[in-house]
Design a protein around this ligand. Structure first.
Ligand code: HEC
Ligand code: HEC
Ligand code: HEC
Ligand code: HEC
Ligand code: HEC
Ligand code: HEC
Length: 356
């Protein structure tokens, strides 16, 4: 997305919103009292305008954000030097378990949104192919030396001919990894507006006061990072391994008004010397601000799942309230089971939804 194009988008949304605002004025002139309807429509219509629209006015923030992992979680396929030109592949629909359905997709012509986490190629399947969904993980990238090879994202014998098929999975990861796709934003990956909300009104407003809410941004982290335990139909509890903040709800930090939630330790825009979104280069330098004289062993305190099938790096954020050793997990099996009644009681107390 270049500047010109996003500028055009802003103009279009500006014109559109102005028209909308004029429409609302007319509504107010009529004597019939209006319920909340028109306001609701207006909120729903605020356009997403993409990162580049913020760049000219918020240059420093923009430059900082481009060095964070949020920014690189979803990148254009053109960022990856490929070992050979893109070709056509025959893809089976993993979302259609009843009837084996395949299509031939020319990756050089297809609508490719980009690459998620340097791994999955996300693209749209044309409706004519008869796939159940629209957006799929159609390929995977593997790095060999300094070039990338396009491979199947998954292999399964879908047509039962004894040979593994190139299988496309429905793209269920977008809410957190590519929120801009669903929101029709010019930036498909994690953008300024993924945390701040749509800025169409803000960018075009003459008086910008009150057009963006910092509360929205502060509360956005857990939209994507909530990593609470889950309970299955049999009532068994397991710890969650994705999203990076396992058991934050149980920490004294989450309950204390002295903390500014995630932003006590994490920065929203600026990565530290090691490229992490932390407010200090050395993580323990953050802790001593409030815990003077205490030394924490963060490797132990923020435990990682020893048995995760996908080697997720999620660090426990309960800060000692829920220790791995306390869970009574069977380390020989992949999920982390939570069997200790005391821990289950704590979970039910703090997350009443799971007590049902
Ligand atoms: C035309 C210039 C312009 C553009 C484009 C623009 N902003 Fe702003 N923004 C401003 C100005 C000026 C302010 C300061 C307003 C004030 O004084 O309260 C501001 C303030 C903000 C604030 C802080 C609000 C507060 O309450 O402190 C946020 C957040 C913000 N902008 C986000 C964005 C995002 C995200 C984008 C792009 C999607 C964007 N802005 C695009 C000019 C712009
Ligand atoms: C990961 C979420 C996230 C992303 C991505 C993000 N912001 Fe923010 N932003 C925040 C939070 C949270 C705050 C409030 C910080 C605070 O309260 O101290 C904030 C504050 C701001 C402010 C107010 C001044 C300041 O720096 O505190 C501006 C302006 C702003 N952001 C613009 C942007 C722009 C422009 C982008 C994209 C280039 C962007 N933000 C990307 C979460 C985010
Ligand atoms: C739209 C979803 C989304 C939102 C909102 C979001 N994150 Fe993230 N965050 C991610 C994803 C996805 C990754 C993994 C990125 C990667 O490793 O490339 C990530 C990675 C991180 C990391 C680890 C990598 C690093 O840069 O240090 C931290 C810390 C983090 N987020 C903090 C925050 C905070 C704080 C907020 C709120 C201000 C926030 N995130 C809001 C999706 C989100
Ligand atoms: C609810 C939000 C959310 C959804 C849905 C989601 N992720 Fe993530 N993902 C994150 C966040 C946040 C991170 C960074 C922190 C972490 O890994 O714990 C992340 C990290 C990752 C990572 C890198 C680190 C790791 O843990 O291996 C991969 C790979 C990944 N996600 C793949 C996926 C795939 C594939 C899907 C869809 C099947 C998916 N994610 C769905 C939020 C999400
Ligand atoms: C802004 C202040 C602040 C910062 C920064 C902070 N904490 Fe805390 N921490 C608190 C408060 C307040 C409590 C709750 C104290 C209580 O209720 O007993 C707490 C409780 C704890 C506890 C549980 C009780 C205890 O004292 O052992 C641990 C462990 C802990 N913090 C570790 C950390 C670590 C590790 C860091 C750095 C990564 C950190 N904290 C950063 C304020 C902070
Ligand atoms: C008391 C400080 C503190 C608070 C509060 C805190 N974190 Fe962290 N977080 C850390 C530290 C320390 C690390 C590990 C950094 C490292 O080792 O580089 C970390 C790591 C992470 C990671 C990296 C993924 C991983 O597993 O390594 C993510 C994502 C993250 N935090 C998100 C959040 C979010 C979202 C919140 C708010 C819900 C939050 N954190 C609250 C201190 C904190």
């Amino acid at each position: 997305m270049n500047w010109k194009k996003s500028f055009l988008v802003s103009i279009i949304s500006f014109t559109f919103l102005t028209a909308l605002a004029m429409g609302c004025n007319k509504v107010q002139e009529t004597p019939t009292p209006q319920p909340t309807g028109p306001q609701l429509t207006e909120t729903a219509q605020i356009a997403y305008i993409g990162n580049e629209a913020c760049q000219a006015c918020h240059t420093d923030t923009f430059n900082n954000v481009t060095h964070t992992k949020h920014f690189s979680a979803f990148k254009p396929l053109s960022d990856y030097p490929l070992d050979k030109p893109l070709t056509s592949v025959t893809i089976f629909d993993a979302a259609n378990t009843e009837k084996p359905t395949s299509t031939t997709l020319d990756l050089s012509q297809a609508k490719v949104y980009g690459v998620m986490m340097d791994d999955y190629i996300i693209a749209e399947i044309p409706a004519a192919a008869g796939f159940k969904e629209k957006i799929y993980r159609v390929g995977a990238l593997k790095k060999v030396d300094d070039k990338w090879t396009v491979e199947a994202p998954k292999q399964n014998d879908i047509d039962k001919d004894g040979k593994p098929d190139w299988t496309a999975e429905k793209f269920t990861c977008g809410k957190c990894h590519a929120p801009g796709i669903e929101k029709a934003s010019p930036t498909v990956g994690i953008s300024c507006e993924s945390c701040h909300g749509p800025a169409g009104n803000h960018a075009s407003a003459t008086d910008k006061k009150g057009t963006m809410s910092l509360e929205t941004a502060k509360n956005s982290c857990l939209d994507c990072h909530k990593s609470d335990p889950t309970k299955d139909a049999q009532g068994n509890f397991t710890a969650s391994n994705h999203y990076g903040t396992r058991n934050f709800f149980a920490s004294k930090h989450a309950q204390s008004s002295q903390l500014n939630q995630c932003l006590t330790c994490h920065s929203a825009h600026k990565a530290n010397a090691s490229g992490a979104l932390l407010v200090a280069d050395k993580p323990t330098d953050i802790c001593v601000k409030c815990h003077a004289g205490k030394t924490f062993d963060l490797e132990k305190l923020m435990w990682k799942n020893p048995t995760d099938p996908n080697a997720h790096f999620t660090k426990d954020h309960s800060f000692g309230a829920i220790k791995y050793e306390d869970l009574q997990d069977d380390a020989a099996t992949k999920p982390i089971e939570i069997k200790n009644p005391t821990v289950i009681e704590l979970i039910k107390k703090l997350l009443p939804d799971l007590a049902k």
